[in-house]
Design a protein around this ligand. Structure first.
Ligand code: HXC
Length: 260
């Protein structure tokens, strides 16, 4: 499929989705959201694809937020009538059981920071800048910033960022636990590709179960989460890939995965 606001390429088992509105610093308008829903659904449905990377075109921005010019024109009632931004969580995050990585290459502000936080983890370039500046526009984060950021970095930094609108750099973001890895800007896509290829090379059912289990930690009590983890473990013991994985270990060879 071709998109107006995204570039989508498949490289082996990895889908690379590039937010592609560089003149607007990849601001996220309604078309971007609709196309992300479609691109992520295509990735999820394609059995040849094991991991996706979402990044921004150009060196300056991952995404500088929801499109302020679009929002400025929208009648107020439409935000509620359309449940504005809801598809990001319901159709991009929840509908995607395969992993995806955000490769953050510059400004990740407002909705840009929020989309990065929707990913399973973030790899940031040293030039990445994260922030939730919505307060300066008279609003607040609308795509998960007050919730996902607080869960990722705790109350102190989440309040600091949301109340002052300031940006934090890659190093601070890594220290705070928002970012998994920081790499030089020139190495960003290589590092993200290597991580994605590694994930795509591993047994797909186990990958899905690992993702589901980690996400449960944000949704449930420790007791329920531990039970669910054991159940997922027990379910995986019934897969061919578990037989193969353990046999391959014992026989000192690489496993060959069926996704069964
Ligand atoms: C629309 C945007 C944009 C955005 C940048 N642009 N961010 N357009 N929506 N979020 C456009 C600019 O208008 C400009 O286009 C072009 O991109 C380049 O931006 P500049 O501002 O000229 O670049 P620079 O001076 O380098 O500053 C970079 C920046 C700044 C610091 C990132 O652009 C900025 O502050 N952007 C807004 C960040 C923000 O507030 N994000 C949160 C959005 S609200 P033109 O054509 O004018 O030259 C949100 C959720 C809200 O995400 C939820 C509400 C319910």
């Amino acid at each position: 499929a071709t998109y107006e606001t995204l570039l989508v390429e498949t490289k082996g088992a990895v889908t690379v989705i590039t937010l592609n509105r560089p003149k607007a610093l990849n601001a996220l308008n309604s078309t971007v959201m609709a196309e992300m829903v479609a691109a992520m659904a295509a990735f999820e449905a394609d059995a040849s694809q094991g991991c996706a990377i979402v990044t921004g075109s150009g060196e300056k921005a991952f995404a500088a937020g929801a499109d302020i010019k679009e929002m400025a024109e929208m009648p107020s009632a439409q935000f509620f009538a359309q449940d504005f931004f809801a598809d990001w969580t319901s159709k991009v995050v929840k509908a995607t059981r395969k992993p995806w990585i955000a490769a953050v290459n510059g400004f990740a502000l407002g909705g840009g920071c929020e989309v990065a936080m929707m990913a399973d983890f973030i790899i940031a370039s040293e030039t990445a800048r994260f922030g939730q500046p919505e307060v300066t526009l008279g609003v607040l984060p609308g795509m998960g910033g007050s919730q996902r950021l607080t869960r990722a970095v705790g109350k102190a930094k989440a309040m600091d960022l949301c109340l002052t609108g300031r940006m934090m750099g890659a190093e601070e973001a890594e220290r705070a636990g928002l970012v998994a890895r920081v790499v030089p800007a020139a190495a960003l896509m290589d590092e993200a590709m290597k991580a994605a290829e590694k994930i795509a090379s591993l047994p797909p059912l186990a990958i899905k179960a690992n993702k589901e289990a980690v996400n449960l930690a944000f949704e449930t009590t420790l007791d329920t989460g531990l039970v669910m983890e054991r159940r997922l473990f027990q379910v995986l013991t019934a897969t061919r890939d578990k037989e193969e994985g353990m046999a391959a270990f014992v026989e000192k060879r690489a496993g060959v995965w069926k996704g069964e």
